[in-house]
Design a protein. Sequence first.
Lengths: 605, 78
Amino acid sequence: MKPLKVVLAPLDPVHDIGLKIIRQGLEQAGHETRLFPPDYSPQEIVRGIIEEGADVVLISRTLGYGVEEILAKFVDLVDGAGIRDRVKLGVGGMAIRPELAAELGFDAGFGPGTTVEAAVAFVEGREFIPAKKGSQKEKYGILGGATYAWRDSTIKARLDEIAEQIIAWAEKHGSPGIARARLRQEIIRRELLGENVEDLKREYAGLCSPVIADSYRNGAIHPETRRLEQWELDSLGEYVERTQGRMAPISLRSSLAKPGVFAQYGTGCPFMDIAHIKVAEAWGADGVVHFDPSWGARTEGFMEGYLTHRQDGSVITPQNLAAIKKALLPSTLWQVRAHRGLNTPETVVLAAHTGADLTKVSICYGALGAGTDPARLTVDGVESMKLAARHGLPFDVVTNEELCGVPAYKAFAGMLIGANLALHLGAKPILQPLFCYSPEVMLSGAMEDNYVDFNAAKILALRQIVDAPIWPGAPIGFLTQTEERVQSSVSTGLHAALAASLGVEAISIATSDEAYSGGPIAAASRIDTLRAVKENFRFFGRARIEPTPRAREWADEMADRIGAVLDEVANIGDFVQALYRGALGTREEGAYPGRTGQGTVTEAT
Amino acid sequence: MGSDFDRIMDALDIETFIVCRDEAEGAEIMGRIMGEMGLRDIDIVFCQHLGPGARVRARGYIFRAGERYGWLKEEAGS
């Protein structure tokens, strides 16, 4: 097109940076520009427009007070000079909205967040169609380039001894959870073939807790739940379709390639989960994590149908998971946690068949901090890892027992046992140390000065042992957040910056409601922390947070102590017994071997 | 068609500064304000009193998880 003459005039005593940036874009597009100084009066600007013979005038006004009067006066002067018909007028600034601009007589108004492309399109008389960033968003590669090479051969040798013992023991044992996982696979296979599965479901019900068995036998559902109604199901489909049509998710990372950011959900209702997931996706989350209710971990078996309830954690059913999966953007990573209870192997089966990208298997935490019998979770955990390997489903191994009071080095020894066991079984584990203000550091004072050193020490210690993907959680900054949303968001954002600085693969973040226990998490609180993380990533970019020398000292100490714990577990020669005897966390520290599922481990047939 | 409140996904938060003697009075006043606005399922998420008054954040739940959400169909019908 023919180059246009564009006058850019800041009707503002100081600010003209926006116009300078737009001017660059206009010149790159081949237009002739003239930028007036910031101290011109409206009369001087109008005189300048006439002298320059401008085709288009872009006015900027950053300060909000009195903006309407000043701009109205300017438009009156342009009218009075008799040039309004041949000059196109645009105005931009923090207080400008398109409606206000039109009311004042401008041809267009540009508010905060206006792009150079939008301004150039206005000058050229083209309709501006913003690029749909979301359509270009790709699924985040959480495994990174990890080789799983062991850097500490002594630790590796101990871990191998322990893994071989666990595998040999598990081969001789079974459980109702494993039997149900196998039945579930058969149910899925036969349903896909369109075959009747009533016989399998009867058999399945026989392996469930009474409350679940009742749902198969007489349609009764768990008292905490209700079935979603048909109008809700129909409306959900329409809601998701409407929402997908306007999704253009932003990216949280600026110049950094990692970490990926996961948001946790588990409102209790799969439909509210979907609503929250869409919010998290829109505001840049790379992945979402499904939290199931705590009673689900203590109950044998899963119900079926679209079920909701009014407590934390969303009930796992094949239908609930399918509804959630259907609502996800193709670029969103989805983790369905299997890790801590009586349904661990079956959750992996359902996760894999529903299309999850990740699961979670944590034998030590489940057995020492989540109430599941150590023997039961060991045999189920091995089966779960085999299933995850078969379905190509990476999983994290978390150290939540830190929250019970178990020192990080003991929890890490347990995590490394889980990770190496997974590698022996052909799976891809991800290490999930906590970034938290744990009871251990509260007592030791290791975070008295800062939250950086001890968290950094954890990553340094793990890195000197093995080259594995690391995904701190869960959520980062746990127990540092308060009910005050600014503090909560800042703390999450800074922990995210630390994680980025340490080069980890992923993080799970809380909402700014993390410390609020009076009711459900609100969707708006998700945005608080996603914005805080984005701002921290933008602030630090490739710059690094520098830990003090204490971090290295603590890392070395931690690695030594992990080795000593593994020696003890290997010397006991029986992993389940080691859990009972407190080698991976004592009762005094807060680790209590669980009792749920006690006596349910069977001899393998 | 339902109320515009049906478009609120879950909760309505109101954050303000209340001139008051102490935290308890701030929370009490905020609770009354929420009630006057017609909100029933309310809670004080955060309240900190220093000097002249209290910074308060109150929340009114419009829909808790498991309820029948107005926004599921309200937008389509509006």
